[in-house]
Design a protein around this ligand. Structure first.
Ligand SMILES: Cc1cc2nc3c(=O)[nH]c(=O)nc-3n(C[C@H](O)[C@H](O)[C@H](O)COP(=O)(O)OP(=O)(O)OC[C@H]3O[C@@H](n4cnc5c(N)ncnc54)[C@H](O)[C@@H]3O)c2cc1C
Length: 460
């Protein structure tokens, strides 16, 4: 990629994994960077804590190592010795139906016998193979799009809990085109999504391409990733407790904000922002009071509580032989998902104990996530007793509350993308990307940060 020849002085906004990726890329290409982070730590949503033999992931719990490129990052950042692959048990997943954990079918054989879906729903799903090609002119929600293909029951008992588990989202409010661009395209090219997926897998096999998608973490937890990236930045490049409030163009850019020691103002050639949408919406750009990205306030970010509960092994009846369980909203429970954290990776619980991560809230029950800890514990304990046979008080509790988690790529998301593009066009030298538009997983955000750095250096 062609890059700006003379070293630039570049501000990076946001110290999550996207900002760190951007700063690292820029620094490794010989540019001077300064990364501004409003909190007192780097990593953003990625946060691991350990105490008394427990290792808790407060935010993301695992990464999808989905390509050789991703696998190469661990070597690049000296993390391969600490990399942990999830237990083979992680391929077992559960869904709750009629108050019980039911294994998710992993192949056609188990699909036909599973009690998860009625005979009618199975027949409807099979019938999808005969769908005709279709080009949609407008947007469709994930719920609508997949209902058109697989019927209402599959959406209610499989799609809704999956969307809730990944996006803390509501399938009726997320855009199918944004969330499943490949499926959107398959509908146009093949009609049937199943036929399209089968054809894609066949073509890949014929070309000798292997899909490696491994679930991984690190010995000390996911926080090792942002820490390793940060440790490779030149000394003094990270400004913690420094909230950016205003960007003023003119002879480069002035970055203005407030920090621990009072207000600050620094001059840069370019600015790269990986701020989340609510922070972008508040950002003043220019000498006046203009907030060109104010419309991004319209991107919803649900509240989520992550409760890590430790039990003695003999307190939990379920074998916990899997990744965890997702709970469809139709089941009317308080928890939206349970991760069997200590079954996934070693070193998450002391000997003779197990650790469960319970997710509460999301788009369909934000208010529940905001309840006080005592009430959350009551609700979680009641659900865990019914679903995995956990009895008595947990011996270890860690409560992480996320008031605004994952950005929801809803039906109006294309308009938000356009607002960002317009803002960049009218403010040369300002580059905006990351979680708000480039995908929500840790690996997508890392990749997006790197791509943003490349874009900031490309000749106009
Ligand atoms: C509970 C939870 C579970 C998740 N589970 C998974 C999972 O299992 N796997 C997975 O891949 N992903 C998961 N994710 C998603 C993933 O963790 C995030 O999408 C990703 O880490 C976001 O990275 P980021 O750098 O774009 O943003 P963030 O991590 O949000 O970082 C943005 C940073 O900007 C800072 N900031 C904000 N405003 C300002 C300002 N004005 N000035 C300076 N700094 C500012 C913030 O303090 C923050 O540190 C999960 C997220 C959460 C919350």
């Amino acid at each position: 990629m062609a890059q700006s020849s003379s070293p630039q002085h570049i501000a990076v906004l946001g110290g999550g994994i996207a900002g760190l990726a951007a700063a690292h890329r820029l620094a490794s290409l010989g540019h001077r960077v300064r990364l501004f982070e409003q909190s007192g730590r780097i990593g953003g949503a990625v946060r691991s804590e350990s105490a008394g033999g427990w290792l808790v992931e407060c935010g993301p719990n695992s990464l999808q190592e989905s390509s050789e490129e991703v696998a190469g990052w661990w070597k690049e950042f000296g993390l391969d010795g600490d990399r942990l692959e999830a237990s083979p048990l992680a391929k077992n997943r559960y869904l709750v139906r009629n108050g019980r954990l039911v294994p998710v079918p992993m192949g056609p054989g188990s699909f036909f016998t599973t009690p998860l879906f009625s005979a009618g729903a199975k027949a409807r799903l099979f019938g999808e193979l005969f769908s005709r090609k279709r080009t949609r002119t407008g947007e469709a929600s994930v719920g609508q799009f997949l209902r058109d293909h697989f019927g209402a029951e599959v959406v209610r008992y499989a799609v809704q809990p999956m969307i809730s588990g990944i996006y803390a989202g509501d399938p009726e409010r997320l855009s199918a085109r944004e969330i499943f661009p490949q499926l959107w395209e398959l509908e146009r090219t093949h009609g049937s999504l199943l036929r399209g997926l089968i054809a894609g897998a066949k073509a890949k096999r014929a070309a000798g391409k292997k899909t490696i998608a491994k679930l991984i973490s690190f010995r000390g937890g996911l926080t090792a990733f942002p820490e390793a990236v940060a440790s490779r930045l030149p000394a003094g490049s990270i400004a913690l407790k420094s909230r950016v409030e205003r960007l003023v163009p003119g002879d480069g850019w002035r970055v203005i904000g407030s920090g621990e020691a009072g207000p600050f103002e620094e001059r840069f050639d370019r600015v790269v922002s990986t701020l989340p949408a609510p922070a972008l919406a508040r950002l003043v750009v220019g000498a006046g009071a203009e907030r060109p990205l104010a419309s991004l306030e319209g991107i919803e970010h649900p509240a989520v509580t992550s409760l890590f509960l430790g039990y003695r092994r003999d307190q939990v009846a379920h074998p916990l032989d899997g990744f965890g369980a997702l709970v469809p909203s139709a089941e009317k429970r308080s928890v939206i998902g349970i991760l069997f954290s200590s079954s996934l990776f070693p070193g998450r619980a002391p000997e003779g104990h197990v650790g469960l991560t319970v997710m509460i809230g999301g788009m369909l029950q934000c208010d529940v996530a905001r309840l006080p800890l005592e009430r959350l514990l009551e609700l979680a304990r009641a659900d865990l007793k019914d679903l995995v046979g956990a009895t008595g008080e947990p011996v270890f509790v860690r409560h992480s509350f996320w008031p605004q988690t994952i950005p929801q790529y809803g039906l109006a998301h294309a308009g938000f993308r356009e607002s960002i593009a317009r803002c960049e066009r009218s403010n040369p030298g300002l580059f905006v990307g990351g979680q708000a538009v480039d995908g929500i997983s840790v690996c997508q955000c890392f990749k997006a940060g790197r791509a943003l750095a490349e874009r900031a250096l490309a000749p106009a």
